[in-house]
Design a protein around this ligand. Sequence first.
Ligand SMILES: *Cc1c(COP(=O)(O)O)cnc(C)c1O
Length: 456
Amino acid sequence: MREYAILLDAKKMPDAWYNILPDMPSPSAPVLHPATQQPVSPEDLAAIFPMGLIEQEMSPNPEISIPGEVMDRYLMYRPTPLRRAYRLEEELKTPAKIYYKNESVTPSGSHKINTSIAQAYYNMVEGVHSLSTETGAGQWGTALSIACSMYNMQCKVYMVRVSFEQKPYRKGFMEAFGATVIASPSDTTEVGRKIREDNPGTTGSLGMAISEAVEVAVTSGGKIKYSLGSVLNHVCMHQTIIGEEAKLQMDSVGDYPDIVIGCCGGGSNFAGISFPFVKDKLKKGLKTEFIAVEPAACPTLTRGPYAYDFGDTGKLTPLMKQYTLGHNFVPPGIHAGGLRYHGVAQTVAHLKKDGVIDARALYQNPCFKASLLFAKCEGILPAPESGHAICAAVDEAVRCREAGESKTILFNLSGHGHFDVAAYDAYLRGDLQDYDLDEEILEKGRQSIPDVKEPA
Ligand SMILES: *Cc1c(COP(=O)(O)O)cnc(C)c1O
């Protein structure tokens, strides 16, 4: 009998997150204060984050144990299944084995709830009752709304205006869990008003929404803290539960991946599936390949320079060394909204620079095509973001067929596409454009990258 679903006994669930910082192959560039350009201190960050998360952000420990209360919530939906995509393999006539970790089965429908629960928890234990955040396509806002309702906390979500208008169901979902949802840029913050004045009629961006949510926290006198759905080290770390489980699951069927694939917006689900395997590459010298897949319409890792930049349009966040298209860059309105971010997690950028991982940029039409093939074989309609990982996995499997190689491919299905049917509809009508960004557009974005003198 074929084992389609490789399940993990809840009793065997990993009880620690993996922190890759101490295992990085070369020293990490310090995070800098936005005004002084000097390394940030924990006190600088305390205005917007609770100490528990700040400690994790800078922790030298490779393992951070998962608090019992968080584990209890994880057990509502974890361990998630690892699945062998036998039917997709057959459809592609490939000798490769294709496995995927299914994060679409969580309460929020994506991996993001793995960190929202942890973040809400660490805020709650320090007496914080209210969180502000941004959301692009709505997955992060949804995940944080659910987590805040678990701990009876308030949640204020700045949603990128174009998504707010295109995806009213997302707003309804968040409101059902008690959140307040505001289209960004808005006139509820100073930075939002300024952005609107400078960019009349703007459809918004994640960078703009982050600025608004950060301002709300900074000006609240400590009552409201800010929560970020990706990019930061503690966020990527919370997501490593995905890869830690996958490792045990693959081991239980006597397998290990040759290629690990994740789509990459801010980098958290890619980090989540890959870092526990990257650890083996760094420590045991394995030759595993890692592919972070981004949209050609927002080619941060493949076409951005490696430089210090802000995480937001309003320049309120610390400066981080990363690949960046410039904090003023506004990507075309592709349907994978979760991948429309100008920058990327420092750890992911650093591993790319050191040649430990690779990146690849794909057009949206082939990603939708691969997603529908996957849906036909596996019965799951993927999020357009996850479609990027699927497309790369399919390409690799086809390459294996052509080369006659039987590699083992593992990718992360970061979420389902139940709120993205309009995107599938547009694809089926042939209405989706593939954007080729010319040098002029990229140069305009690059001009917003600040001139930072790196501390010696
Ligand atoms: C947010 C999101 C992403 C992109 O964010 P990362 O931090 O890069 O993981 C990818 N897939 C889904 C389903 C998302 O919700």
